[in-house]
Structure formats: structure tokens, C-alpha cells
Write a protein that binds this ligand. Structure first.
Ligand SMILES: Cc1ncc(COP(=O)(O)O)c(C=O)c1O
Length: 384
């Protein structure tokens, strides 16, 4: 984060960091620099340091500065998707023979990247229950290079104590990576808790309107930031100017959106715990959630994601998804509109048969910022 923004509160940084008025016109919003190359004033004479938009583009720079400021980092990098960001990170940090520790609950695509892509280059992994610090410690070996954590996790809303795992990582001399997609930097600041790198799917709460796919890496380590930026350019899966602009726009309302997501989700989780057709509610805001105390310690509030299990198994869970009307049946999460899905058949189909397999009677909802009474009514009718 630049010193200019370090004293500002989160809401102010969300609106101002990276968003300097356009030097040419005074436009208060950074323009969409839809351009691939830049005129040089004589060979090597770059204006403002830009030469080619894979290496850097002013709209992407605005977003990258904003991301660094929001996570309390020194370097932010924006990618074409969350998985592109993850891919760049893994190919920067790992070589054949290395080992990584991954969580037993994570986004299915992240697991697929490890199991079907990274493993083929000779990097192996162990699966740990990252909510249990001894499980993490036990999974580390002398070839381990990084520990990967997702908290809250997708789709089981498990909570990992970031500070405690950072202690294990430090002791073992390995890097800690935290996927902060479910919380967003408004609710949780992994770098301040000891993480080395934060990963985001910008597609979710950061964009916030289900209209863009993007990803990010943020670090407080300048040397690592340089290395990641080198690989971002060398590999090339960058965020385009328009996608960068739309995420930057979404981020300006992140704080107010997250407050409402959390407020609505709390009321919905409470209703679900009382519902006779619901056998279990997974929401870190509930006092009975096993990670509640840690979540209360490391998160500002508990976010907009809830999973729940229903009586009657897989068919009943699928029926609930199909009957919902206001909750749109679809993958993804974190938009202003509420979504519902069946992880076993949709977002997490790729983990079937693995240590990350999810219960068949599980329904996941992304609680939007509509009127909560309308959302409660829709879920009640969907549950029948
Ligand atoms: C927690 C989490 N991390 C990473 C990703 C991957 O991001 P993207 O879909 O933008 O590639 C997702 C996507 O659903 C996710 O939920």
C-alpha cells in the first residue's frame, strides 16, 4: 500500500486508492485504456512507463494499486480469472519435486488445478483439515514449499485460524497462501495475520455484480511481488482494461455491500436453523459453528455465504434448488443478486471421489442484498 493511503480507513481506500483523476482530462474515474501499445518518444522513450498492455496497462494499474491498498499489501496483480492468478502463483513458487499442503475443503477448480495440472509437473500435495492446526503441522514435510488455505471455505464454510497456520508456516520456512474470496478484504485481512500471498477470484464479491471474471494476487513482500509480476507478464493471463475497470467500479461499494450481505445472511441462517426440513446449517456467524470464535476474531462479520443440508438426501436438495425463484439457480457467488446451487452436481462436481467430496444433500446459497423478507419467503417456499 502506498503511504498516501496507509492512514485511510477501508471505505475511503476502496474509493480512492488507484483512482487518481486522469492527468490528461481530469476525469474523476480512471478511463478504460482500451489499447495494446503506446507511442514512444524515440526508441525506449516511454511516457509513464507503458510500452505494451500485457506488461502493464493504466486501467489495470489503477485496479492493482487499489487491490494492494485494500489488502494492506505492497503489490497487487490482476489476472483474467481467479484460476489464472492461482496458476501464476503456483508456477512462480514451485518446481518439480516440491510438495504443497492443500485444504480438505476448497473450491473444486482449485483442487482440480492441483490434482490434474500441477501434479503432472511433478509437484505433489497432501490434504489437511486446515481448521485443525495439528492436521496442518502433520501434513508438512521437508519438501513442502507452501500451505494453501481457504477461509471461509467453499462450500462447507469451514474456518481456519490464519494466524495459527501462519505460525506453522513460519516455523517450517514455507509460504502461506490464503484464498480470501469468500470474505473479501473488507471482512478479513490475511496479510496482517501473517499470510505471504492473498488470492482472489475478483469474479465474486470484489466485482460484486456477476458481470465479470477476474482474479488477483496481493503480497506485502516486494521481492515476491516483483517475481510474480515477472511471471504475470511472462505467462500473460492478465486482466483486460474493461474487466479491470468494471472490478474497480464494483469495489467502490464493497463495504456497504458486504455489510448488507452479512446482515441478510445472519437472518437467513437463523431461519434455516429453525426449519424442520433442514438438518444442518453451515454459517460461521452461528454460535454453534465450530469455527465461530475464530471467525469472530479474524473477520469483521461473517459474510453472505451459507450452506445447509436437507432432509431427504440428494434428490431433496436438488428439488430445493429447482423450486427457488428469487434465488437464481446458478454457479458463482458474491453478486448483489441471490444465487442457489447444488455443489455436488455443480461447482464441486470435479471433487467427486476425492478427499474433498461434498455431501450429496448439501445446498449452497449466496445471499444477495435484496430485501431479506423476500429472500426468506422464497427459501421457505423452496423448502416446501
Ligand atoms: C474460493 C474460490 N477461489 C477461486 C475461484 C476461482 O475463480 P475464477 O472462477 O474467477 O477463476 C473460485 C470460483 O468459484 C472460488 O469460489
Amino acid at each position: 500500500m502506498s503511504d498516501q493511503h496507509s492512514h485511510q480507513s477501508f471505505e475511503t481506500r476502496a474509493i480512492h486508492a488507484g483512482n487518481t483523476a486522469d492527468p490528461l482530462t481530469g476525469a474523476v474515474v480512471p478511463p478504460i485504456y482500451q489499447v495494446s501499445t503506446y507511442k514512444q518518444d524515440g526508441v525506449g522513450g516511454l511516457r509513464g512507463g507503458y510500452e505494451y498492455s500485457r506488461s502493464a496497462n493504466p486501467t489495470r494499474t489503477a485496479l492493482e494499486e487499489n487491490l494492494a491498498a485494500l489488502e494492506g499489501g505492497r503489490r497487487g496483480l490482476a489476472f483474467a480469472s481467479g484460476l489464472a492468478a492461482e496458476d501464476c502463483l503456483l508456477r512462480t513458487l514451485l518446481v518439480p519435486g516440491d510438495h504443497v499442503v492443500i485444504p480438505n475443503d476448497a473450491y473444486g477448480g482449485t483442487f482440480r488445478l492441483f490434482a490434474k495440472v500441477v501434479q503432472r509437473w511433478g509437484v505433489d500435495f497432501s490434504v489437511a483439515n486446515t481448521s485443525d492446526i495439528e492436521s496442518v503441522r502433520g501434513a508438512v514435510n521437508d519438501r513442502t514449499k507452501l500451505i494453501w488455505v481457504e477461509t471461509p471455505s467453499n462450500p462447507l464454510l469451514g474456518i481456519t485460524d490464519i494466524e495459527a497456520v501462519a505460525g506453522v508456516a513460519r516455523q517450517a520456512g514455507v509460504k502461506l497462501v490464503v484464498d480470501n474470496t469468500f470474505a473479501s478484504p473488507y471482512l478479513q485481512q490475511p496479510l496482517a495475520l501473517g499470510a505471504d500471498v492473498v488470492v482472489h477470484s475478483l469474479t465474486k464479491y470484489m466485482g460484486g455484480h456477476s458481470d465479470v471474471v477476474g482474479g488477483a494476487l496481493v503480497t506485502a513482500d516486494e521481492a515476491l511481488g516483483e517475481e510474480l509480476a515477472y511471471h504475470q507478464n511472462a505467462m500473460g493471463a492478465v486482466a483486460g482494461p474493461f474487466d479491470s475497470w468494471i472490478v474497480l467500479r464494483g469495489i467502490k461499494t464493497l463495504a456497504v455491500r458486504m455489510d448488507r450481505h452479512s446482515e441478510n445472511a445472519t437472518k437467513i441462517a437463523e431461519m434455516l436453523t429453525q426449519h424442520p426440513k433442514v438438518t444442518q446449517v453451515l454459517y460461521p456467524g452461528l454460535p454453534e459453528h465450530p469455527g465461530h470464535e475464530i471467525a469472530a476474531k479474524q473477520m469483521r462479520s461473517f459474510g453472505g455465504m451459507i450452506s445447509f443440508r436437507v432432509q431427504g438426501g440428494e434428490e431433496a436438495a436438488v428439488e430445493v434448488c429447482n423450486r427457488a425463484q428469487l434465488f437464481t439457480l446458478g454457479e458463482s457467488l458474491g453478486g448483489v443478486e441471490s444465487l442457489i446451487e447444488h455443489p455436488g452436481r455443480m461447482t464441486h462436481a470435479s471433487v467427486a471421489g476425492s478427499a474433498l467430496e461434498v455431501p450429496a444433500d448439501l445446498v449452497r446459497i449466496s445471499v444477495g442484498i435484496e430485501n431479506v423478507d423476500d429472500l426468506l419467503a422464497d427459501l421457505r417456499q423452496a423448502l416446501g
